[in-house]
Design a binder for this molecule. Structure first.
Ligand SMILES: Nc1ncnc2c1ncn2[C@@H]1O[C@H](COP(=O)(O)OP(=O)(O)O)[C@@H](O)[C@H]1O
Ligand SMILES: [Mg+2]
Length: 250
């Protein structure tokens, strides 16, 4: 199994050297747990240190905000973009539709991206019914000469179906290793807000925030990683001066 190292300090050892090449990984956590920083670092180091063309798609922030955030860790995104190894695409939520995933996949294949980040799946989940194609969500039933249309699938099912199709499109690009950022709900039986992405994705990383007055407030656990004998411990996660650092509990 070929590995795709993130280059993030302390992380790759947890997953036998990196994500399985071509896999789709869900990176899930509550707000402020560092999801954007982690996924930005994955794309940045991929381009800078591993010679892999990386695409960062955000529905939540402007490109300038990401460049600014990255500069705090000494990462010059503009320079790498200029070299052609990194592309940042900011799509405002209002411009999303049911063709967005296919568009991202097509761009990734056409332009030869090896790593893709989607930040975030939650933006899609919240707005999924608005983006969905009405036609695709109507079940046609042909009986004799007559054609009946069932009512459109609504609510939760529609959201799940939209997210399922989105991830399915992305998984079909089997040489691209994708990191999907997801928002974790505070409580409940599911890891992701859409409650389906954790089942479809090949890997799930969960980050939690719990300040107990100690040195670190954030911790990371690899919940799932297909084709990998992954580490199963909880690890303190630090947002260091040069990027993320995954620590071991002594
Ligand atoms: N330069 C920095 N050094 C240390 N911590 C930082 C720095 N910049 C941001 N943070 C922390 O990271 C958080 C934001 O990280 P981000 O990746 O945007 O979170 P998420 O995407 O999970 O909402 C901030 O709330 C702050 O606590
Ligand atoms: Mg974020």
């Amino acid at each position: 199994m070929e590995r795709v190292p993130t280059g993030i300090k302390g992380f790759d050892d947890l997953v036998q050297g990196g994500f399985p090449r071509g896999s789709t990984i869900l990176y899930c956590g509550s707000p402020g747990t560092g999801k954007t920083i982690f996924s930005l670092e994955y794309a940045y180091r991929g381009a800078k240190e591993f010679n892999e063309k990386s695409l960062y798609v955000t529905f939540e922030q402007r490109r300038e905000e990401l460049v600014e955030q990255a500069s705090q860790f000494g990462w010059d995104l503009g320079e790498i973009e200029h070299s052609g190894m990194l592309k940042i695409v900011s799509i405002p939520a209002r411009d999303l539709n049911y063709k967005t995933s296919a568009g991202i996949v097509k761009m990734s294949i056409d332009e030869g991206f090896k790593r893709v980040v989607i930040d975030s799946l939650s933006t899609l989940t919240i707005n999924a019914p608005i983006y969905s194609d009405q036609e695709a969500n109507t079940v046609k039933d042909v009986v004799g000469d007559k054609m009946f249309f069932s009512p459109p699938i609504i609510g939760d099912t529609l959201t799940k179906r939209f997210i399922y199709n989105f991830i399915d499109d992305i998984k079909r690009a089997d040489h691209i290793t994708t990191l999907l950022v997801g928002e974790a709900p505070d409580k409940g039986d599911f890891i992701s807000r859409d409650s389906i992405s954790e089942f479809i994705c090949d890997g799930v990383i969960l980050v939690t925030f719990e300040s107990m007055g100690g040195e670190f407030s954030r911790s990371l656990i690899v919940r799932k990683m297909r084709n990998t004998k992954n580490d199963e411990d909880i690890h303190p996660l630090e947002i260091g001066h040069a990027g993320m650092v995954v620590h071991n509990i002594e």
